[in-house]
Write a protein that binds this ligand. Structure first.
Ligand code: PMT
Length: 221
């Protein structure tokens, strides 16, 4: 029989990229496909959880039994996440959120003119940090996408954003990380760490949900 340790628990997962509009026909984004976040939604659902997926624009089918809320920009994801997180037990931030958005979105399509043009970018709110600073906060798991010094930067992000756990991936290698079917993770929490070697994103998601469940039970008991 399937083990369902998360039965009755509400798990919210952000997934995919955000799109930051430049004008009515252009945007800034990144290569996130949503595969890792959607695999986590499936794994959490299989563990018995009520899953809400807050998704940036991706071309994946909604995992069976999961509720999906579609958003485009970081600010939309931020607003939705704060609403849903207040009634979540576990929050997992797998989305590749744009750190900056265009300060002044053009109302009309920008015309080609000079040899050079400049866009002014402004900082987006940090979604996972905002969730972790809620008075009634869920168990918060972040991701860290790094191209160097993976462990150091990941642990630093965990501390700065007040996360319970962080899953780091090296996104410099072409066969793991963004937009491929496999990945490898180094997971850190306050008093432990575990390396999850290269495997399919679904296998890694199943393993990560098990680790999260153990730490979540440890912290709430
Ligand atoms: O979608 P795939 O193609 O399957 O690729 C998976 C992935 C590589 C995108 C995924 O495994 C991953 O690493 N996701 C996090 C990507 C990221 O933006 O990492 P970061 O190190 O820049 O951000 C750190 C953490 O803060 C993340 O949990 C991120 O969701 C969160 N964040 C970042 C900025 C922001 N404004 N708000 C946030 O919540």
């Amino acid at each position: 029989p399937q083990s369902t340790p998360l039965t009755g628990k509400r798990v919210t997962i952000t997934a995919g990229p955000t799109q930051e509009a430049i004008d009515p026909v252009r945007y800034i984004s990144n290569y996130s496909s949503g595969k890792m976040g959607y695999a986590l939604a499936r794994a959490a659902r299989n563990a018995g959880a009520d899953v809400t997926l807050i998704s940036g624009p991706v071309s994946l089918a909604t995992p069976q039994g999961c509720q999906r809320i579609d958003v485009k920009s970081a600010r939309q994801m931020h607003q939705t996440a704060l609403e849903v997180a207040t009634r979540s037990d576990i929050f997992i931030a797998c989305a590749a959120v744009a750190d900056y958005r265009v300060g002044d979105i053009a109302e009309q399509k920008i015309k080609k003119s000079n040899e050079q043009m400049q866009l002014t970018l402004v900082r987006n709110p940090d979604i996972v940090a905002a969730v972790a600073s809620l008075a009634q906060r869920p168990f918060v798991v972040g991701f860290a996408a790094e191209t160097q010094d993976v462990a150091r930067y990941a642990k630093d992000k965990m501390q700065r954003k007040h996360l319970d756990m962080i899953a780091a991936n090296n996104v410099a290698s072409p066969d793991s990380g963004f937009n491929v079917d496999e990945n490898a993770l180094q997971v850190f929490w306050a008093d432990g760490e575990k390396t999850l070697p290269r495997a399919s994103k679904q296998q890694l998601a199943d393993q990560l949900i098990k680790l999260i469940t153990t730490q979540y039970q440890h912290e709430t008991n």
